[in-house]
Write a protein that binds this ligand. Structure first.
Ligand code: UP5
Ligand code: MG
Length: 196
């Protein structure tokens, strides 16, 4: 299929590391399509008639990872829709894969990623950002209890994915603790180096 020729970059990092923020910058400057797995799941959750609505709602609130069949299908649909609408085949996949089974399955069944951009941030900084955003985000998981669970899931299930790609030398790591502008400067350096 035409997805075979897609250029995919995974954007990973803990909850609140700044994945969405930096993806918006890259979209503006490099012509990628931004696909946030979390956003796609929240959309599906709210789609009238979705058979997965309740399942997604409870997984997100508990900071658990939705079964990969659901997420991969949503990503594939979104990629196909973008390709047929615009012919654009450059994708930033934000917040996915966050578990080993998803990583292996996606790269085997859809397309291997070019590299993973890992936004490296300490817990305290991420925690402050999420609590702050929670004042206005309306997100069901921006509260003390859900944040704790998201952090635990990240350490136990998502960090191994980053380590797996690191062993294969396919990770670009950026310090995500500084200002949004400073982080983006580092991101840009890597995109330029990769010839994007
Ligand atoms: N901010 C950002 N960068 C900053 C900086 N450098 N300095 C100061 N402030 C900065 O940023 C978070 C906040 O910090 C914002 O207010 C921002 O202005 C500020 P944002 O860019 O939104 O960070 P991001 O990393 O995108 O945080 P997000 O909360 O979206 O990360 P999560 O990984 O927790 O959320 P996601 O939406 O990816 O997933 C949510 C849930 O969906 C998961 O917990 C899981 O239950 C489910 N999910 C799956 O099951 N499977 C998947 O594949 C994906 C998600
Ligand atoms: Mg996000």
């Amino acid at each position: 299929t035409s997805k075979d020729q897609a250029l995919v970059i995974f954007v990973l990092g803990g909850p609140g590391a700044g994945k969405g923020t930096q993806c918006a910058n890259v979209v503006r400057d490099y012509g990628f399509k931004h696909l946030s797995a979390g956003d796609l799941l929240r959309e599906e959750q709210d789609r009238p008639g979705s058979e997965f609505g309740e399942l997604i709602r409870s997984y997100i609130k508990e900071g658990q990872i939705v079964p990969m069949e659901v997420t991969i299908q949503l990503l594939e649909n979104a990629m196909n829709a973008e390709i047929s609408k615009t012919q654009n085949r450059k994708f930033l996949i934000d917040g996915f894969p966050r578990k080993m089974d998803q990583a292996l399955k996606f790269e085997e069944a859809v397309v291997p990623s070019k590299f993973t951009l890992f936004l490296d941030c300490d817990d305290q900084t991420m925690h402050e950002r999420l609590i702050d955003r929670g004042k206005t985000s309306g997100r069901a998981d921006d509260n003390e209890e859900s944040i704790k669970k998201r952090f635990r899931t990240f350490v136990e299930q998502s960090r191994p994915v980053v380590e797996h790609f690191e062993k294969e030398d396919r990770v670009v790591k950026v310090d995500a603790t500084t200002s949004k502008e400073e982080v983006y400067k580092r991101v840009q350096e890597h995109f330029e180096k990769e010839g994007l």
